[in-house]
Design a protein around this ligand. Structure first.
Ligand SMILES: Cc1cc2nc3c(=O)[nH]c(=O)nc-3n(C[C@H](O)[C@H](O)[C@H](O)COP(=O)(O)OP(=O)(O)OC[C@H]3O[C@@H](n4cnc5c(N)ncnc54)[C@H](O)[C@@H]3O)c2cc1C
Length: 623
């Protein structure tokens, strides 16, 4: 497209103005220009204009037009200024409208990725390691990219016939990310072409597939290959891995294994009486059939969590009747961008203005990083503890309740849809009105009931037999039983027999009875207070790469985290988790195991986890 001043003028109207101001620093090399521009107010999650007035935006735009025209049109080439850490800090404060504590600057600078990469992370001593990466979803692809950069020989075993993991499996109608996409992507691999702020599953799958191709991972992967069992041989310091490859059983030895099997991979269907008696179609939300089977059918959906929340608005118009069986109502966070498309002007800004996309990512990240965590910690002196856990949490409860009430015209719904537990107790969902709008439809029924029993024609409800053509289980995944169904024996016996659904680890990455084994997205690493899982995965792979560096630099063949280190970490983790809203007596969620203990989710500040994973300490390990 031919760019002219008129186009730039129009495109700038679509800018996030705090972000645009940051870009001007890179173009002009002058950080002090921010002092003369209107100051954004403190950013809240999803608000990318810093509450600037139209007049204030115009001042920034006027300044931008001149500099950008000079930069892009009038003079062909100018150096782009890469700020030093102090200047970066000044820009961070400006863009966020906040005072970003100094301790966050290194982490946010790394995320911004404006500075050349350190060579340490790219090189690795001469080695003949053989690494197995299990899984080719977001974490497996990331792991493979980083191992390739280090010239380490690896294979990826993937049980599916394709890449993408979560974004391959969950192809149900309405499936999309619920963390803004310009942040839910690798920090080193931007995508300026996201068509929506929260893109849908095909586009997410395409993004991960593009990374898979671009980084040359194709020659390393064995698809249709499921790891079934792994035994560690102390003498050779290797894992003997048993897998099923295209229905053949194959054994192969590896020096190191990185599990990238995800937390949300094995569908969970509750124990239901007469499950097999039902004559109609029944399936889990992550196993959605390719063909259209919904149109004009009587459909039941079991669950009202994250998947059902996306499915219901997408299929309700096509069903003859849609009945939702809800155990507890979800909390929602007002988000008008949830189904919004990204304009071509916005894409142009992301692609063409120096570092605009990086500061935009920063603005999506910062307000949702550690700022929320304090509101999720139980105040022991708070006396309204049934419905909220502290002052801030109570404020949010009121805010979210008001936002929901404003959308409800059928008053019989109120009792059913306003949750009776504190906000943030379970995964927060994104509210752009589509869920409650769907619940108001004449063909949609919301029942506050669990499903325990089926019959030939449908579901046995509290007081009658209900007839359905199709039953969809949007009942989540076996998140708490890490690595199932793989039988893993690191020398002390089967991992699952030892821990069942209470796994113990160090940083969710290493395990005291699993030598030469690392996990991505392991126990206690799910994010429910902040950020995208990808941020955490990048922390984990950085840590794993440091551990591998240490192994190769010292010619060690074995690495195992000390039991004491795991014990201490685990006790701090459990203590911290016990203070969170996820452990509230009224909350029952996939964060908890069968004893009600939270095992999937991280209670740490992102900064803490980033610091720990950025600083691998060999003293924590036996070699
Ligand atoms: C519907 C849905 C929406 C989500 N939305 C978000 C979101 O908005 N933001 C966010 O941060 N997170 C979200 N998540 C969490 C999401 O799972 C992570 O963001 C991320 O995709 C996890 O990637 P992963 O590679 O670790 O795991 P997965 O994507 O689950 O990939 C694991 C891979 O391992 C393979 N595998 C498993 N076992 C074996 C075996 N034994 N042998 C060989 N291969 C095996 C699987 O086939 C799969 O391909 C969502 C999850 C779901 C289910």
């Amino acid at each position: 497209m031919k760019i002219n001043k008129k186009y730039i003028d129009e495109a700038l109207n679509d800018a996030s103005f705090p972000v645009l101001a940051a870009t001007l620093v890179h173009i002009s090399g002058d950080t002090s220009l921010l002092e003369d521009l209107p100051k954004p107010k403190k950013a809240i999650l999803g608000e990318t204009q810093g509450f600037l007035t139209e007049d204030e935006k115009k001042i920034i735009k006027d300044k931008a037009i001149k500099l950008i025209n000079d930069f892009l049109i009038d003079s062909n080439h100018q150096e782009i200024y890469i700020p030093n850490e102090d200047d970066l800090h000044t820009i961070m404060n400006y863009v966020s409208g906040d005072v970003v504590p100094k301790e966050y600057v290194p982490m946010m600078s790394q995320e911004l990725n404006l500075l050349p990469l350190s060579h340490k992370s790219l090189s690795c001593d001469e080695n003949n390691l053989r690494v197995l990466v299990i899984g080719c979803g977001m974490s497996g692809i990331l792991t493979a990219i980083k191992l390739s950069e280090k010239n380490i020989s690896y294979k990826i075993y993937e049980k599916n016939h394709d890449v993408g993991g979560t974004w391959n499996d969950n192809s149900y109608p309405g499936s999309r990310v619920d963390i803004a996409n310009h942040f839910y992507c690798y920090s080193f691999e931007e995508n300026h072409e996201w068509s929506e702020y929260f893109s849908q599953q095909p586009e997410l799958k395409e993004y991960f597939n593009n990374c898979f191709i671009k980084y040359g991972l194709k020659d390393h992967v064995n698809f249709n290959t499921e790891v079934i069992a792994m035994d560690f041989n102390e003498d050779t310091a290797t894992w003997k891995v048993k897998s099923s490859q295209e229905d053949q059983i194959v054994y192969e030895e590896f020096d190191l294994v990185v599990s990238c099997v995800g937390q949300l991979n094995i569908p969970k269907i509750p124990n239901i009486k007469n499950f097999n008696k039902f004559k109609g179609e029944v399936f889990h939300s992550s196993e959605w059939p390719d063909k259209d089977i919904i149109s004009n059918k009587k459909v039941a959906i079991v669950g009202s969590g994250a998947s059902a929340f996306q499915i219901v608005p997408a299929i309700a118009p096509d069903c003859q009747e849609l009945t939702i069986f809800q155990r507890s109502a979800p909390w929602m966070f007002p988000n008008p961008d949830y189904h919004r498309k990204v304009s071509k002007e916005k894409k142009w800004l992301l692609k063409n203005l120096p570092y605009y996309s990086r500061w935009y990512r920063f603005l999506l990240f910062w307000p949702g990083s550690d700022q929320l965590l304090s509101s999720l910690i139980i105040d022991p002196n708070w006396d309204q503890h049934e419905s909220s856990i502290n002052q801030e949490n109570e404020y949010m409860r009121e805010l979210f309740t008001e936002a929901m009430l404003a959308q409800i015209s059928d008053h019989s719904l109120i009792k059913k849809v306003i949750p009776n537990y504190p906000p943030f107790g379970k995964r927060m969902l994104q509210d752009n009105g589509s869920w409650l709008e769907a619940l108001h439809r004449d063909n949609v029924i919301l029942l506050n009931e669990e499903v325990n029993c089926l019959h030939e024609g449908g579901i046995v409800s509290k007081d009658q037999l209900l007839e359905f053509d199709i039953i969809i289980f949007a009942t989540g995944f076996k998140a708490q039983e890490f690595f199932i169904p793989i039988k893993i024996n690191g020398g002390d016996g089967d991992f699952h027999s030892i821990y069942e659904d209470s796994p113990e680890s160090y940083l969710g990455i290493t395990f005291s009875n699993l030598p030469n084994f690392f996990a991505m997205y392991g126990p206690g690493t799910n994010l429910a207070h902040a950020g995208s899982i990808i941020f955490h995965s990048e922390c984990q792979i950085r840590y794993i790469c440091q551990a591998i560096d240490h192994l190769t630099e010292n010619n060690y063949s074995q690495i195992k985290v000390k039991q004491q280190v795991v014990k201490e970490y685990q006790s701090r983790l459990e203590e911290q988790l016990s203070k969170t809203v996820w452990q509230h007596p009224k909350v029952n969620s996939w964060y908890q195991n069968s004893q009600g203990k939270v095992v999937t989710t991280s209670p740490w500040r992102l900064l803490e986890y980033w610091n720990w994973t950025n600083n691998f300490n060999p003293e924590d390990y036996d070699f």
